[in-house]
Design a protein around this ligand. Sequence first.
Ligand SMILES: Cc1ncc(COP(=O)(O)O)c(C=O)c1O
Length: 399
Amino acid sequence: MVGGKRAIFFDGPGGSQVPLTVARAVSDYLLHHNANTGMDFATSVETDELIHESLQACADFIGCIDPLEIAFGQNMTSLNIQLASALSRTWGEGDEVVVTRLDHDGNVRPWVLAAEWSGATLRKIDVNPEDCTLDMKSVIGSISEKTVLVALGAASNLSGTINDVKKIVEISHEFGAEVVVDAVHYAPHSLIDVGDFGCDYLLCSPYKFFGPHQGLLWGKGERMSELPVAKLRVSSDEIPFRWMTGTQSHEGMAGTMAAIDHLAWIGRVSSGQGGLTRREALVEAFSHIEDHERELCGRMIEGLMSIEGLKIWGITDPKRITERAPTISFTHPRISASELGRKLAERGVFVWAGNFYALELTEALDLEPEGVLRAGLLHYNTGEEVEEFLHHVGEIIES
Ligand SMILES: Cc1ncc(COP(=O)(O)O)c(C=O)c1O
């Protein structure tokens, strides 16, 4: 509550709210099963079981067959730096690494560093400034037989743009390059299917899809087994444990599994089919989530576009609504993003101002240092909240 009114949570792209079942799963683990792994006493056995059960839940979430291809970590950024440092040890001069100007820095800087460490050359894919999509000519021009890795996002956390990951993976694979996909922003909105994407590695963060603060890395088993990841002599050389340095957040794993089960519950309830498997239920859940979020997103774009002078950075054509996530960033010449964000905060509307670490994009669009105002919708948001938000934005800009 802010000022006696219910707050409006449009801050989901920075981290979503969690259902009670997630908070309870974290607390239940800590109160009843808390231990380190690998011993014969009850709580240690239960912890080992929890790790395997939560890996299976994550496999259902991203659509992979072998749960041992998934590693838990602190967050996406730390896991990607770990992946980049392992891959960089396999590259050398003459190799090329490709990043995009649409990505969060968490999927840019690790690869810039990996190129520096290995002597590889870095290339950047440009964006079309008019709708914040990837410039396909630049995609074609950047990937060649020298490319060893292409790093791209499934969806932009600033403009909401959903990339044609499958197509870029196909192009990359034709040249023998591996592809790492940042699915952090995509994960709460649409179903991840690593088989369909065809990528080699994928990362996401449960705290963006209704879980606790944690990160997930998936990679093809053969590569996850052979890459020279930095690890202790005493730790296991088996996947995924060779990637999971030190003692992990077991309570985080319990919460992540509960978040995935919550999404599956949405799928069972909204489809009226209680007997679905977890993966089937997730397919249903995301189909309903997409419908709901697209309706809200369309209305928010329409309402914002009716405010004179306001500029939305990203796709605005209602016919192209499936090409974007419901994350809407905008600027107005009469008010800075930070001031608008502060005034909305006073009215109990939680939004972000700035670049949200999508620094390549704000630089490409010449929006530094002020950035944009970002309203991010999730399935728990309502049409009334969108109307209230539009009313506040209109009133603040006119005042
Ligand atoms: C698209 C995207 N990629 C990567 C990250 C970094 O994720 P993490 O906080 O788990 O390191 C974020 C965080 O906002 C993001 O939105």
